[in-house]
Design a binder for this molecule. Sequence first.
Ligand code: NAP
Length: 247
Amino acid sequence: MNTVNNSQVAIVTGASRGIGAAVARRLANDGFAVAINYASSSKEADALVAELVAQGTKAMAVKADVSNADEVRAMFEATEQQLGKVDVLVNNAGVLKTVPLADTSDALYEQTFDINVRGTFNTLREAAARMNEGGRIINFSSTTLALNMPGYAIYNATKAAVEAFTHVFAKELRGRNITVNAVAPGPIATSLFLDGKTEEQIQTFAKMPPLQRLGQPEDIASVVSFLASPDAAWVNGQILRTNGGVA
Ligand code: NAP
């Protein structure tokens, strides 16, 4: 708990809600100063910052649509000015709408690729120039990529791109002592997963892992915490499928 006294800085994208908020809380507890990125949920982001500051953590909310390169650049600049140079980047922001490929509109295709792929590209490109030596980058894929369920074609394609970025970027950062990994959660009880599903559908997903429950945001936050920690120094270019054993 607060072992490094906020001397190291983490940006968590999409940290106003869901998994990102749990990651921000966990990294704050681990001692990082945390930039809480959001696109529209300013009240939730501000409330989380107030919660973390009350615990003695340096934290700030930073509005930026990750799909916009200028806003991502401004997010890094604001973080550097208020908290310091970035040590950990968590590329958590993402969207999912399950629609059969044949019924997917151009707008949904573009939105999903813009946020999940271009958003990750924008932050990675910025991070390459700006992150401290010894830094950690944690991207977000999904276990749905291994399940190939109907309705997930576009989303899975975006997460396949994120996995490709992860493998290649880890090698491109040779000599910087920065690791690049991804977590690939299974079903986690957040609005991204729960919204639009019947109770019966939710229970079907909950029974899939041999551990027989839905994942919770904290299940993923603890894995991100590990990847950001000194203990994970030798883990690089890997995808960690954190899903209770679904696939
Ligand atoms: P969530 O509860 O819907 O939260 C999504 C977060 O992303 C929110 O904080 C949202 O902020 C932010 N966001 C959305 N669009 C953004 C943009 N353009 N720029 C910046 N932030 C943006 O989702 P979640 O379940 O926590 O998912 C987090 C990550 O885990 C995603 O990458 C998702 O694909 C992945 N994942 C989730 C599951 C699951 O079952 N939940 C499984 C596998 C992988 P605003 O409200 O401000 O827009």
